[in-house]
Design a protein around this ligand. Sequence first.
Ligand code: SF4
Ligand code: SF4
Ligand code: SF4
Length: 199
Amino acid sequence: MEEKQKGKQKEKMVDRRTFIRTGVQVSIVVGLGGLTALVARRTGSGEYVWQLDPAKCTQCGRCATSCVKTPSAVKCVHVYAMCGYCDLCGGYFLPETKTLNTGAENQLCPTKAIKRTYIEDPFFEYTIDEELCIGCGKCVKGCGAFGNGSLQLQVRQNLCDNCNECSIARNCPSGAYSRIPAGRPYLLKGFGKEKLDIT
Ligand code: SF4
Ligand code: SF4
Ligand code: SF4
């Protein structure tokens, strides 16, 4: 009897998580889709844009320091569909943090660009304030080490000057940068190819 109840509770939690994920998954598509107009001009002329492949990136920090723009045109993007909505988020908290609260002293991000929002026990949502993000990749490294790798760096095409020779690409030790068609300007790890059709 007790086992049956536990099973029902578990089912309910899985349903709830699926619901949360689906909801926020839509929001990232809409968020990136908002850039459509900005990249459409490039798409029409068959142009290419610079983008980094999160699967090759080693979070060396140069995306923050080598861009000709200040702050960098590279930002952290959250792929909500991959996120575990963890209470103990490796991308949000410093590794030695003992108390899981939003105190500035507990946060990994040097610019406090990540917002932590309570959803329901034990789930939290993490959103990036791109105006504050400098593209340092610290949260990406933390999430990759302890979580699902849902925080990823990307060149934000609305901020990028699409330099003839990208100075980050020249300095990237992992060869993560390449020119990709402007019609598909994002390379998000774990995102179905069909979801990348955002322009
Ligand atoms: S320069 Fe290359 S390895 Fe370093 S953070 Fe950027 S994409 Fe990742
Ligand atoms: S840790 Fe770095 S990459 Fe992550 S949100 Fe903060 S500034 Fe952006
Ligand atoms: S193309 Fe230029 S503006 Fe864009 S990410 Fe590279 S250096 Fe920065």
